[in-house]
Write a protein that binds this ligand. Structure first.
Ligand code: SF4
Ligand code: F3S
Length: 98
C-alpha cells in the first residue's frame, strides 16, 4: 500500500506534510504534491498535518479521486523531492498542472 495525495492539495500546496515524512516520500509539482509509492512506508504521520485533508491511505481514497493513485505513482517518477516546508501556494487553481 501507500499514501496518496488527492484533489485537496491542488492549488494549496501547504507543504506542512513534508516535514514529518521519515522517508522523504513527497515529490513537488507546480501546483500540488504527490507521494512516491515506492518510498512511502505507511506511517500515517502526514495525514493529520494536511489542513486540506488531502492525504489518504490508498485503501481509503474516495471514489471520485481514485485516479490520484495512478497520478501519484506516475508523477513521483519525474517530479523532484521536497523535504522541507515552504510558503503555501494558495493560488486557487483546481486543475492538475503536470
Ligand atoms: Fe511519508 Fe508516512 Fe506520509 Fe508515507 S504515510 S508519505 S511515509 S509521512
Ligand atoms: Fe498538499 Fe496538504 Fe501537503 S495541501 S502540500 S498535501 S499539507
Amino acid at each position: 500500500m501507500a499514501y496518496i495525495v488527492g484533489q485537496g492539495c491542488i492549488g494549496c500546496k501547504h507543504t506542512t506534510c513534508v516535514e514529518v515524512c521519515p522517508v522523504d516520500a513527497f515529490r513537488e509539482g507546480d501546483n500540488f504534491l504527490v507521494i512516491d509509492p515506492e518510498e512511502c512506508i505507511d506511517c500515517d504521520l502526514c495525514v493529520d498535518e494536511c489542513p486540506e485533508d488531502a492525504i489518504f491511505a490508498e485503501d481509503d481514497v474516495p471514489a471520485d479521486q481514485i485516479q490520484f493513485i495512478e497520478i501519484n505513482a506516475r508523477l513521483a517518477e519525474i517530479w523532484p523531492e521536497i523535504d522541507a516546508p515552504k510558503q503555501p501556494l494558495l493560488d486557487g487553481s483546481t486543475e492538475i498542472v503536470e
